[in-house]
Ligand binder design. Structure first.
Ligand SMILES: C[S@@+](CC[C@H](N)C(=O)[O-])C[C@H]1O[C@@H](n2cnc3c(N)ncnc32)[C@H](O)[C@@H]1O
Length: 207
């Protein structure tokens, strides 16, 4: 990893450490109301896992659903630079996308990323496939409807990583619903890994 990428990741880690404590101390209702102020990022272990998976499967079209401030985008784009791929990243909040764009520019990775601002539920049907790799990390009640929109675009061998399968606890019912929904298709080999906040890693298999 080059020094520009490392420097940008270090900034995120500093911000994340500062915010983590503050966020966890907020009463649940206030945390929900103010969640857009916080990074709420996948963290370094999941970031590293994303990079390994993208490089390992040589993914070229990488879809991220939930850019936020761009932390996971940096990991994906760093891997995409090695595979010769592109990260298409979807985010509702234009202000967060501006922050992410600046971070990716400073990391020297902006040309790997196609930022799309809007509601993923409206953007996904307009996207053409095939998609080799998906990071699913928007608000958790949208995992199932988003999955139904991108699943037809995935060829055999495509990888899907869904974050927040174990933490926060409040997201567990939605996470379980997502895992049950994905498994019920019978079209994925899938495993729940206790990495970061818990990730479901799934590989599209033939019918
Ligand atoms: C947990 S954060 C993503 C964190 C990011 N992947 C990272 O690791 O840095 C979830 C993001 O999903 C975005 N989001 C929520 N609903 C959305 C929707 N319908 N369409 C697009 N983005 C959405 C939120 O604005 C928020 O920034």
């Amino acid at each position: 990893m080059d020094s520009r990428v490392e420097a940008v990741l270090a900034e995120y880690h500093e911000r994340g450490t500062r915010e983590e404590r503050l966020f966890s101390e907020l009463p649940a209702e206030e945390a929900m109301r103010r969640r857009d102020e916080f990074l709420l990022c996948v963290g370094p272990d999941t970031g590293a896992l994303l990079g390994l998976l993208v490089k390992g499967c040589g993914a070229r079209t990488i879809l991220e659903i939930g850019t936020s401030y761009g932390y996971s985008t940096v990991w994906l784009a760093e891997a995409a630079r090695q595979t010769g791929g592109t990260v298409i990243t979807l985010e509702l909040d234009a202000r967060k996308v501006e922050y992410a764009r600046d971070a990716l520019r400073r990391a020297g990775l902006e040309s790997q990323v196609d930022f799309r601002v809007g509601d993923a539920l409206e953007l996904l049907p307009r996207m053409s496939g095939p998609v080799d790799f998906v990071l699913l990390d928007l608000w958790k009640d949208l995992y199932v409807p988003c999955f139904d929109l991108f699943h037809p675009k995935l060829p055999e061998g495509a990888i899907v990583v869904a974050d927040n399968m174990l933490e926060p606890e409040i997201a567990r019912p939605a996470a379980e619903k997502y895992r049950a929904h994905l498994r019920a298709t019978g079209r994925y080999d899938s495993v729940l890994l206790p990495v970061g906040s818990g990730v479901e890693v799934s590989r599209r298999i033939a019918r």
